[in-house]
Design a binder for this molecule. Structure first.
Ligand code: NAD
Length: 497
């Protein structure tokens, strides 16, 4: 589709403000409290949603429980697999509709939203295919006594609370394995970007998933999110979002039924560049992409560059040259790589971090550190040098296109810097030295480590299993082990005389 065609479609787009519960759109309880979705590229209001309530959540959980018991958990794995494959195909066929909704609501350029959609569909397909590969175990007990099995069964109702930065991908990362394993799901999408999740549930029903298997309740975190996390009949919670909210999920679980919680939260991921990597083709472009892509709103953004001192100037000037393409453009323009940040609050947050760092002595090596004038929430890439380990821009997640550059002279110092935050989501090290690579892989505390000798694309996330370290969360995502989070183990003993 061309840019004028996207703009034409955008003019005629409409937004559902209901919940999707039990296979149909259902109006949410009227509420004095509402929230607006806003196009961050223009500042225009798109729609007004009711805040959502505990009653709305309760209706969705009841329907999900009934679907779990009657239609889904006890169904043949092959049936679930075929339903989910059809679902993935239908999502793929509506790619432009999904991309446009996310683009309008959170500012992702349509081309990038289509790329995200393709990854989300891969993820759904991978787990659809896994539905009939969940094997149990035979325990090595004394055969003279009987036989002991371990069955792997779904939990029941999974509550999924997701953020706005990859609305489709992160919703599918929760529902793909959860549904394949036989659970039913209630999703609470972010109030910034609720519409693609609603369409996802609509498409699931059109694809033949039984009513109530996938439900969506849009609303605020404090109303719908809290009610879902506190619900006594939700068996498992999948949370993706900020570290602060993630910690609340653990409290909610403790205050309710002690439900199992999977947490995928914040990061402050390091990227280490050693001298021998300086000539790798595409290095500067890759360094820029890994922090500025999606306007820096990526949980695994490599927002800390740790570079060997002797090559720091050369590397920083390479990044400056490569960063131009990440200036925010019109999300409906096919050529845009980045759009605005997702909201006014996000713009204020990112600007405040850069201001604070400059006041503490950091130096701007790229960018102005100010939002761009106009109605949209645009903020161009920033590179900060002369940062100190105690500065907030080095320790805290900014979630914007801001790179903090530190230098080191020896491997030990690089590892100490890499492991010096409260997070442990991901890390990259660029080296051609095998000995160094092997040691770094062991010494860096992160759930996903790339040791790079080339700027080639990384593997697709459904292909491997990883779990966050430290304050970045817990619970395995991806690969066959990604199913583990959604099945419980039940021992059954057959005892004979
Ligand atoms: P957020 O924590 O503000 O919101 C996430 C979700 O939680 C939203 O749906 C929100 O409505 C809900 N929520 C907020 N307060 C709540 C409450 N009190 N009770 C229940 N639900 C509540 O995060 P965000 O700003 O939407 O997303 C950005 C964050 O997400 C970043 O920190 C980023 O690192 C993180 N993230 C992590 C991963 C990962 O895989 N680790 C992936 C993407 C994003």
């Amino acid at each position: 589709m061309s840019s004028p065609q996207w703009r034409e479609r955008a003019q005629h787009s409409s937004f559902k403000t209901d919940g999707f519960i039990g296979g149909r759109y259902v109006p949410l309880r009227p509420s004095e409290r509402t929230f607006d979705t806003v196009n961050p590229a223009t500042g225009e209001r798109l729609a007004t949603f009711p805040a959502g309530s505990a009653e709305d959540v309760d209706s969705a959980v009841k329907v999900a429980r009934s679907a779990f018991e009657k239609h889904w958990a006890g169904s043949a794995p092959e049936y679930r697999k075929q339903c989910l494959l059809k679902f993935a195909a239908l999502v793929e066929s509506r790619a432009a509709d999904f991309a446009l909704l996310d683009s309008l609501e959170m500012g992702k350029p349509v081309k990038m939203a289509l790329g995200e959609l393709a990854l989300a569909v891969r993820f759904l397909r991978f787990y659809a295919e896994s539905a009939d590969k969940v094997y149990g175990e035979v325990a090595p007990t004394d055969p003279a006594r009987g036989l002991t099995l371990t069955l792997r069964e779904p939990y029941g109702v999974v509550g999924a609370i997701v953020p706005w930065n990859f609305p489709m991908m992160l919703a599918c990362m929760a529902i793909g394995p959860a549904l394949a394993a036989g659970n039913t799901v209630v999703i609470k999408p972010s109030e910034v970007s609720p519409s693609s999740a609603l369409l996802l549930a609509e498409v699931a029903t059109a694809a033949g998933l039984p009513d109530g298997v996938l439900n969506v309740v849009p609303g605020l975190g404090a109303t719908v999110g809290a009610a879902l996390a506190l619900h006594m009949d939700v068996d498992k919670l999948h949370f993706t979002g900020s570290t602060t909210t993630g910690r609340k999920m653990l409290e909610y679980a403790g205050q309710s039924n002690g439900k199992s919680v999977m947490l995928e939260v914040g990061g402050k991921s390091p990227q280490i560049v050693f001298r021998e990597a300086v000539d790798i083709p595409g290095l500067a472009e890759s360094l820029a992409a890994s922090v500025f892509f999606n306007t820096g709103q990526v949980c695994v953004a490599r927002s800390r560059l740790l570079v060997e001192e002797s090559i720091a100037d050369e590397i920083v000037s390479g990044i400056r040259a490569a960063a131009g393409v990440y200036s925010g453009g019109d999300p409906l323009d096919e050529r845009s790589v980045c759009g605005p940040v997702a909201s006014r609050a996000q713009l204020q947050r990112v600007t405040a971090y850069v201001d604070g760092a400059r006041k503490s002595g950091a130096e701007l090596a790229l960018g102005t550190g100010a939002g761009r004038d106009g109605d949209g929430f645009f903020f161009d890439p920033v590179v900060l040098r002369r940062v100190e380990p105690q500065m907030a821009v080095v320790r805290e997640e900014i979630f914007g296109p801001v790179l903090a550059v530190s230098t080191f002279k020896e491997d030990d110092a690089a590892v100490t810097l890499a492991n010096s935050t409260a997070f442990g989501l991901a890390a990259t090290a660029w080296t051609r030295d095998l000995d160094r690579a092997l040691k770094l892989a062991r010494r860096i505390d992160a759930g996903r480590i790339e040791i790079r000798a080339a700027a080639a694309p990384r593997a697709s996330i459904e292909q491997y299993s990883a779990e966050p370290f430290r304050g970045s969360g817990h619970g395995v995502v991806g690969g066959m082990r990604g199913l583990e989070a959604y099945v419980r183990h039940k021992a059954v003993e057959f005892i004979h005389g």
